[in-house]
Design a protein around this ligand. Structure first.
Ligand SMILES: [Zn+2]
Length: 334
């Protein structure tokens, strides 16, 4: 098999011509004649030599993928740190990124499902105990009447709907956990996705920006996926807050904690929006080395908020999915 054509990682310009001019020695660094990107020749010739031990996209086994998920998120948390390391020469695998994010989400989802179920179960368990205590003091005739207030927490009539709802919040709405925290954060996560899609459109849709930046669109679409889906993890945090809110009905300790819920939501929403914008600015300045002026960045950042209607469209497109989940939930008795 012939060796792959050495190309500029930023603009895709074929570097064979430059390499052909080397006669007695090979330089370590060079500049792409097309876009001005400072190339590291050993990395251009052999991208697989770049291997980050913390990066899920460089994982070679399932075990590595699992072990690297949290370190990758840790680097992603501060986008500058991430983009200093994930250079354009680095080999990428968005499939592995997506897989690690999905597995982490599933793990967190089982944890938050347990938390939501526990908060509801503890409420009924405690209420049953209080009712039972009162019952013993009542005359027999009244006992039967009040016994109807007890919830049989071991029956499938209670367990199936509540486990199902704990699993499906915020995709379905029932009487429990209806504070709307998870559903609101889901909306904000979609807004973040809309902003990332808008950044991608601003990069890809205009021939002028494409000509100025000279950036291969594969970098932009990868960044869209990385930045667009990471905020979805916050939904699990919101589900946990929903469990805390429910538990605050009967637990004094949880009532104290629940006072932090709304400040936490505010900080969470702000962090999601700031992080998304920061990710794209760091990608532009650090990752892709685009010499943009500060006011150009302010302009693009402002324009990216036009992604909010895109979020609305995604939500609209998501409606049939929600309806199908609701239908399925009724069908299985949730
Ligand atoms: Zn180039």
């Amino acid at each position: 098999m012939p060796p792959p054509t050495p190309i500029c990682p930023k603009c895709g310009y074929d570097q064979s011509g430059t390499i052909a001019t080397w006669t007695d020695r090979c330089p370590l660094q060079g500049t792409c004649p097309e876009c001005g990107y400072i190339l590291s020749w050993p990395d251009v010739a052999n991208p697989s030599r770049i291997h980050h031990r913390w990066f899920v996209e460089h994982a070679t086994s399932k075990r590595q993928l699992l072990r690297r998920t949290l370190p990758t998120l840790w680097f992603l948390l501060l986008p500058n740190r991430y983009w200093h390391r994930v250079t354009m020469e680095s080999p990428r695998s968005i499939k592995r990124y997506f897989l690690s994010l999905t597995l982490l989400m599933l793990f967190l989802h089982s944890f938050t499902t347990a938390a939501l179920f526990a908060s509801n179960f503890a409420y009924h368990y405690q209420t049953n105990a209080t009712i039972n205590q009162r019952l013993s003091t009542l005359p027999v005739a009244q006992q039967q009447q009040f016994a109807r207030l007890l919830t049989d927490v071991s029956s499938s009539d209670y367990l199936i709907p509540i486990i199902g709802e704990s699993f499906l919040v915020p995709l379905i709405f029932r009487d429990n956990f209806s504070e709307g925290i998870a559903s609101g954060i889901f909306g904000v996560a979609l807004v973040c996705l809309g902003i990332s899609i808008m950044w991608m459109l601003l990069y890809c849709a205009f021939p002028v920006t494409r000509k100025i930046t000279k950036l291969r669109m594969v970098h932009v679409s990868r960044a869209m996926i990385v930045a667009g889906f990471a905020p979805m993890l916050v939904i699990e945090f919101a589900r946990l807050l929903e469990a805390v809110h429910y538990a605050s009905i009967y637990s004094n300790f949880m009532t104290q904690i629940s006072m932090l819920i709304y400040p936490m939501i505010f900080i969470g929403v702000l962090s999601m929006l700031v992080w998304t914008q920061w990710f794209w600015i760091a990608a532009t300045k650090i990752g892709w080395q685009i010499k943009a002026k500060w006011w150009e960045l302010v302009l693009v950042t402002t324009a990216s908020f036009l992604g909010m209607p895109i979020a609305g469209l995604i939500m609209l497109a998501f409606k049939p999915v929600r309806a199908a989940v609701e239908h399925f939930a009724y069908w299985v008795g949730i």
